[in-house]
Design a protein around this ligand. Sequence first.
Ligand code: ZN
Ligand code: ZN
Length: 526
Amino acid sequence: MKYKKLSIYESLELHPPEISKCSRLYSLEPIGIGTPDCESLTSYIIRLSQAHCVTVNKLLHPNILKDFDRKDLSDYSQIIYRLLRSPHNSKSFNGLGLTSTKLSQQLEALTLRNDLSFLTMLSWSEITTYHQLFRDHQAWCPVCYEEWQTNKKPLYIPLLWFLDPVKICLHHYQYLLEECPHCRQTLPIIGKQMQLGYCSHCGNWLGSSSSIQTYHQTIYKDNIKWQEYVTISMGELIAAAPHLSSLPTRDRTAQVLNTYLNANNITKGEIATFTRFIGVRSENILIYLYNKRVPRIDKLLQITSAFQTSPLKFFTEDINTLIGKLKVSSQLFVKGKEQHDKPKPTKLDKIKIRQVLTQALLEEVPPSITEVAKRLKCSRHSIKYYCPELYQALKLHRRTERLKNFNQYSLEIRNFLEAALIVNPPPSMQSLTKSLPIKSAKLYKLFPELCYQISKRHKEYRNACTLEKRNQVIHEMNEAISKLHNQGKEPTLAQVRKLLTKPGYTREQFFQDALFKTRQELGYEN
Ligand SMILES: [Zn+2]
Ligand SMILES: [Zn+2]
């Protein structure tokens, strides 16, 4: 008998397939990881809450984590929840410490992602301090918002916009705005009902197709080169975070500074000259040299810019290669040293001091003793020693003139504040103080009545805005209800929500109360 040769087919897997673990929250992909425009953790939380159609408070509510098996994180969720109640304090969410560590870990576990720590500055926690690194309110580029909206891209808040030293957007050469152009209020970092791209106070759109520049931003005008350096440097740090093979250690600044001093034969006694070149006080440099403290972000940027390098290279490049490059910029140091070594006058001419002081007394705006000392290239002490009467006379004259000027100045401030009382929309005291070279506490002390009136007027205006907005929403809600009612459909919250232009308001108590009342009037059961 002949048999046909039997062919063997591929075997079948009869075991049930393994289904990967489902995440508790949507595994939403963060925007721009590995680029300078990387999203911030707070922005991610807001987008995640929007994706789940819940408020931020509900998303991060400790109850969500009730059955979460990592006890230490569950305990910490209480702290996060408390922080959410004070939105201006929640800057630590994007920060360098325990709050951002625990929060990103918690969210990573809930979304089954492993990249959420890159939405914070955690990778750079060892190189600088928390102080002055973050703003306690939002800043944004209106042109970026407008561009994303027009191109139908998702709205988000880049981590860069939360960093206090960053004042500009490099895409549009636009100063970041720090207060809403409509209601002049600062926006909290995160809030329970926040909509990205919209003001959380007045609900207006924050984008704009043309650049906006406010008064107090013009002060940065001369500083644009410095701002470019700061923004590029901070952007580089954010972009590099996911690609770091090892995180920089706390003693890196001390290592670089010590190696640089040794390589250039600068002794500890010459530190003062060295620090003058860098622009950081010598006490601070000594603290960094002995690794007692890491530099604050502004000092750190000053040091790296003086070395004509970027913070990224300063902290990640091989130390010997880096020092080799830093030598190139040491020309500047020599220049600084030469300036410092200018010969000081040794013999002082009493007659010359008398002449200069007499002349100073006749000037319309009398100079200070320090100014006179500069003109004479001698110390204040020498002036006092050689011509005590003229020294006292100049001090007294200057004090009298300054008092006169102060009276004139306070009159100008009074006029400014009085004018603010008739400006519409009524400005806040916070925005007015920003445009004056005087602190808020001093302003309240000098003109208490005017300040309280301005504050009261602004508060009344804000309340009126809120009321008007609510009335508009209720009017729209009533129209939606009558439309549904006439069509024979029951006006439920979900149905009414579909017909509203701003459905976010349906979460608010006033809306739900009004809906309850109208439904009752129409005979529906609540
Ligand atoms: Zn921009
Ligand atoms: Zn606003």
